[in-house]
Design a protein around this ligand. Structure first.
Ligand code: NAD
Length: 512
């Protein structure tokens, strides 16, 4: 692929892209929210933050839309999502490029993010003809028992900066075919891709014809707008993706009003490398999982637990890869590592590396790069840290490309290290031995929502259920049976016997 040259004016490029999507220029040229691209650190847009009154009105419109939408046959609702998938296919390159500008992802990862949106639309369209319940044997003659799945209501979707549009699509595509209305609060760091996505939603709605107004809406703003969704009794489900601190704030408020929640929070993901692991494959998998997306995936590999027999050789290989990986403008085809999202991410990385040194770690890499060319952007060489043990700094999530490496002797010890952190999102084992792979996936193995063999912890496909345990929040999104989270279940018992036998043999003989 050719590099795009020159890259001079990101702001002009951003404006041209948004106009191409049909976003009114007033939506990105005025307002109190200043949007910078992490590529150069320059300001590319100003966006208006929604006020609380607008949030209330948006939720009210969504609720009215839900009352219409829930009665449309599910395959008809699927048609709307099919059209959305078509719009995404058509605009894939442009939307991906906006992801690159706003979140700093390299080109193939920006494209991958939009592909994920397309994939979940396809999955949801199929699901729209398969929202099935069970028929259950009853103990009473002449009776039938079954389950029916119904739409839930308004679904609020709060998303993080690092998957600025894919996470919305995971939720929205399923929520819509399940008969719900959706209100989206994107990260305040990435509202532009949300505005572009909303323009595609509106195009799909126009082609669909009778989508109720307010079915799928966008509320740009900070935490206070997220809080408005969390507090509003009309929002029956809140799916919130972001830090564990955000989840801790949101979860009790949702629980207080018995709202449904899907929490997709932080991760501190590990990989175990056994003595039998194929080191070529293992090294390549680790390089992508730990350095890809500049370590800013919730599933990024942060802890490497290596058998002492292969520790030195693997570390030598990794040092070579870390020294040679290309860091720079994510729009260049040769770049593998783009910028950190902002200065606070860089500060957190430096603080973690200082703590690691204090705990006896030997740090390789981690220095700031390209500071002269881009004084307002934050590029770093990914860091590899050889640690004597799993110190406190290793046990916390630092959202930056730092890989802590530790040694083990027995698999029991490795699994204990894997599980001995607060989070429980993704994990991997690299081994040629069946017994080790099976043990890792067994009940006394990895305690994470994702446990992979001979593949890194990041880069999930949408067919499986995605999410994790403990401080990761316990939510699951995307494939498998995750659609059930967006519906309410009714159990129906039907009596066609003409008599009235009571369950468990209870007698209640009374004429009425
Ligand atoms: P963040 O927690 O700062 O923000 C996430 C979203 O929550 C934003 O839209 C923000 O405005 C909103 N928010 C923050 N506080 C809130 C509150 N009290 N009430 C309502 N909304 C609130 O996270 P971030 O920096 O954007 O993203 C990085 C974090 O997200 C990392 O910890 C990463 O591991 C996690 N993440 C998890 C997953 C997953 O699927 N498990 C996916 C992506 C990112």
């Amino acid at each position: 692929m050719e590099a795009r040259v020159p890259h001079a004016d990101v702001a002009a490029e951003t404006a041209a892209l948004l106009e191409q999507f049909g976003v009114d220029s007033r939506r990105f040229t005025r307002g109190s929210l200043t949007i910078r691209t992490p590529i150069t650190g320059e300001i590319v847009a100003h966006v208006e933050s929604a006020e609380s009154m607008i949030a209330q009105q948006t939720i009210a419109r969504a609720e009215a839309a839900f009352h219409v939408w829930r009665s449309l046959p599910a395959p008809r609702r699927g048609e709307f999502v099919r059209l959305l998938g078509e719009e995404l296919r058509t605009a894939k390159a442009e939307l991906a490029h906006l992801v690159t500008i706003e979140a700093g992802k390299i080109t193939t990862e920006g494209l991958g993010e939009v592909q994920e949106m397309i994939d979940i639309c396809d999955l949801a369209v199929g699901l729209s003809r398969q929202l099935h319940g069970l028929t259950i044997a009853t103990e009473r003659r002449g009776h039938r028992m079954m389950e029916t799945w119904h739409p839930l209501g308004v679904a609020g979707v709060i998303t993080s900066f690092n998957f600025p549009v894919a996470v919305w699509a995971w939720n929205a595509a399923l929520a819509l075919v399940c008969g719900n209305a959706v209100v989206w609060k994107p990260s305040e760091k990435t509202p532009l891709v949300a505005l572009a996505t909303q323009a595609l939603v509106e195009r799909a709605a126009g082609r669909f014809g009778d989508a109720p107004e307010g079915l799928c809406s966008l509320l740009v703003g900070g935490r206070e707008i997220g809080e408005a969704l969390v507090e509003d009794a009309r929002v029956r489900l809140v799916s919130a993706t972001g830090s564990t601190a955000m989840g801790r704030a949101v979860a009790p408020r949702l629980a207080r009003r018995f709202a449904r929640s899907i929490l997709e929070l932080g991760g501190n993901n590990a990989a175990i490398v056994c003595a039998s692991a194929p080191l070529d494959l293992t090294g390549r998998a680790i390089a992508f999982a730990a350095m890809g997306t500049a370590g800013q995936r919730c599933t990024s590999l942060r802890r490497l637990i290596v058998h002492e027999d292969v520790h030195d050789e693997l570390l030598t290989r990794l040092r070579r890869a870390y020294a040679s990986v290309s860091v720079g403008d994510p729009r260049d085809a040769s770049t593998l590592i783009g910028p950190l999202i902002d200065e606070s991410a860089y500060a957190a990385m430096r603080a973690a590396l200082d703590d690691a040194r204090g705990a006896g770690g030997a740090v390789f890499g981690g220095e700031r790069l390209l500071a002269e060319k881009y004084p307002d952007a934050f590029y770093v060489r990914p860091a590899l840290v050889d640690m004597p043990d799993q110190a406190e700094v290793v046990r916390r999530e630092t959202f930056a490309p730092i890989l802590y490496v530790m040694k083990f002797r027995s698999l029991d010890e490795a699994i204990r290290l894997n599980n001995d952190v607060a989070h429980g999102l993704a994990s991997s084992i690299f081994t040629a031995r069946l017994d080790e792979a099976e043990r890792f996936m067994a009940a006394d193995g990895s305690d994470c929502g994702i446990a992979n063999v001979n593949i890194g912890p990041s880069g999930a496909e949408i067919g499986g259920a995605f999410g994790g345990e403990k401080d990761t929040g316990g939510g699951r999104e995307a494939g498998s049976d995750c659609w059930k989270s967006y519906m309410r279940r009714a159990t129906n018992t039907i009596n066609y016997s003409g008599e009235l036998p009571l369950a468990q043999g209870v007698k209640f003989d009374l004429e009425a």
